[in-house]
Design a protein around this ligand. Structure first.
Ligand code: SF4
Length: 352
């Protein structure tokens, strides 16, 4: 007999269809009214806590966090709504890394419950049922290539790469010990595939205190993750742009944009960026200040550093080195160079 999922289970596994239906048919449908109620504001607080934990707690610390703060669910309905509300908040923040962190947080949270074995055999049955609903059979020894590739796309360890797997007849062989990670990644894929709700600007405005606070938390966390500014970690393309400036060259619009966005993202202040442009012989402080402030977000849109593909299309990808082969953009280069792990396999189960 298949296990029955009660309200607490839906709060634990909010990606399940029943949970989604409950959220869709709930008070969250009329967000404006919901947000103005006491219950609504408590839900927002819970949701904001969730987004903040997703932003600030590294993946490896999440299990301990869930054990401390999510082990019991005092109000299942509120917890389920907080899941929906956290997605609304992430949609309003509209930042790719916040969204990715929230998806990872939710996948690991559900996995925490699936592996808790609170009620002995019942949990084994629920684990199998959740997996089945997501298209995985925990007793299978193989998985078709396409879903396998989708599931492992966030895993960095070389052992998950298809070239390192036993593949036969379009099927990838799986070891029983790998299912826990695969199920967690499958949950992540399913949550990601649902996308985020489209939230009207007037509703985002109602959530603005939480959104502004979380945006600041995210900005601070990003700068902490990047560490102190270190020119020796700049990618070759950015070093070349700075050298070109110092040598008296006129940068193209795209060159200026890429350099400014990069320097802003790694944490240079407007004044520090203007100082970089000061090295240029045709330096015009007002024009530079305007451009830097515009790209840094004064216009309301904060631009991010372009990808390597865009840099290449614009003739800005120069002096590539070995690290360039392992990143997708100049910012990734800077991050990797900072924490450049020595060559070799990463610890099992990490993702990102
Ligand atoms: S590959 Fe990317 S990081 Fe490396 S030089 Fe080209 S644009 Fe810069």
């Amino acid at each position: 007999m298949r296990p029955v999922f009660d309200e607490k289970d839906l709060a634990r596994y909010p990606f399940l269809q029943e949970a989604q239906a409950k959220i869709a048919g709930s008070a969250l449908n009329n967000l404006e009214t919901f947000l103005s109620s006491e219950y609504g504001s408590q839900t927002i607080n819970l949701a904001a806590e969730r987004v903040e934990a997703a932003i600030t707690i590294p993946p490896k610390g999440l299990t301990a966090y869930f054990g401390e703060y999510h082990a019991t669910i005092p109000d299942a309905q509120k917890s389920l709504y907080a899941y929906g509300m956290a997605r609304v908040i992430a949609s309003c923040i509209n930042d790719r890394s916040v969204i990715d962190r929230l998806i990872l947080f939710e996948a690991r949270r559900s996995m925490f419950y699936l592996m808790s074995d609170e009620h002995g055999e019942t949990d084994e049955a629920k684990r199998e049922e959740v997996a089945r609903r997501l298209g995985l059979d925990l007793h299978d020894e193989t998985i078709p290539i396409a879903p396998y590739i989708e599931m492992v796309s966030g895993l960095r360890e070389p052992g998950w790469r298809l070239v390192n797997r036993e593949v036969s007849g379009g099927l990838v062989r799986i070891h029983a010990t790998e299912f826990e990670i695969l199920l967690r990644e499958r949950i992540r894929v399913v949550i990601r595939s649902r996308g985020l709700p489209k939230v009207p600007p007037e509703v985002c405005a109602l959530l603005s205190p939480a959104i502004e606070r979380l945006t600041a938390v995210h900005q601070g966390q990003m700068l902490r993750d990047l560490g102190p500014i270190d020119e020796s970690r700049y990618p070759p393309c950015m070093t070349a742009l700075i050298m070109a400036l110092a040598g008296g060259a006129n940068l193209t619009h795209m060159g200026r944009f890429a350099l400014t966005a990069f320097l802003h993202t790694i944490g240079l202040s407007t004044t520090q960026i203007v100082e970089v442009y000061q090295r240029s012989p045709d330096f015009d402080i007002e024009k530079t200040l305007y451009q830097v402030e515009h790209i840094s977000g004064r216009s309301g849109t904060e631009y991010t550093s372009p990808s390597c593909a865009t840099m290449e299309t614009n003739g800005l990808c120069v002096h590539r080195d070995a690290l360039c082969e392992r990143i997708g953009g100049p910012l990734g280069y800077y991050r990797k160079k900072k924490g450049s792990p020595p060559p070799g396999p990463a610890p099992t189960g990490s993702s990102g």
